[in-house]
Design a protein around this ligand. Structure first.
Ligand code: HEC
Length: 153
């Protein structure tokens, strides 16, 4: 009986250790992208603004207003306009982590036009770009970012 209690005790301790390690790791990963819905830091916004003017403004335009829609009658059938990144489109429906991934790898659709930046920009560059993009949103929209977006629809 004592042996049984003893071994259960150690098994439980081991399980606890594994759980704690898991939580710790998850915590570390979460802190990298824990900013969804949170006001970005001014230093990150400033760095992001510089990167934005170097790599993104040509398509997504000043202040992230995006390209104007080309009317149906005169548009090339394969044209995809660069959508606004300010709060008038749906960039804010995505979490910080999703936006970072979209910037670095694009989406199936965006890759038809937007360059893949994985070999040009680092994760921290992309994170700063996200900070800049978020600085274009109102507090209300920021609070509804990502998984919370239905609250502001
Ligand atoms: C050559 C033009 C071009 C450049 C340069 C460009 N983009 Fe894009 N971007 C696009 C197009 C086109 C799409 C896809 C639009 C669509 O799916 O309707 C897109 C989509 C996106 C999306 C997804 C938005 C959403 O709501 O789904 C993000 C985020 C984005 N771009 C950020 C950036 C950032 C940041 C940069 C600079 C590092 C950048 N883009 C540079 C054209 C461009």
């Amino acid at each position: 009986m004592i042996r049984f209690i003893h071994s259960t005790y150690w098994r439980k301790r081991r399980e606890l250790k594994v759980t704690l390690l898991g939580a710790l790791l998850a915590g570390t990963i979460a802190t990298v992208f824990a900013e969804t819905g949170v006001t970005p830091k001014p230093t990150a916004v400033a760095r992001g603004a510089q990167l934005y003017s170097d790599y993104c403004v040509s398509c997504h335009r000043k202040d992230g207003v995006g390209e104007p829609r080309v009317p149906w009658s005169i548009r090339r059938p394969d044209l995809i306009e660069a959508m606004p990144l300010n709060e008038t489109s749906h960039a804010w429906h995505h979490s910080d982590e999703q936006l970072v991934t979209m910037i670095l790898d694009g989406t199936e659709r965006s890759r038809r036009r937007m360059p893949v930046f994985r070999n040009v920009l680092s994760i921290s560059d992309a994170t700063d770009l996200v900070a800049y993009i978020k600085s274009l949103w109102s507090d209300r929209i920021l609070a509804c970012q990502g998984p919370n977006h239905m609250r502001c629809m």
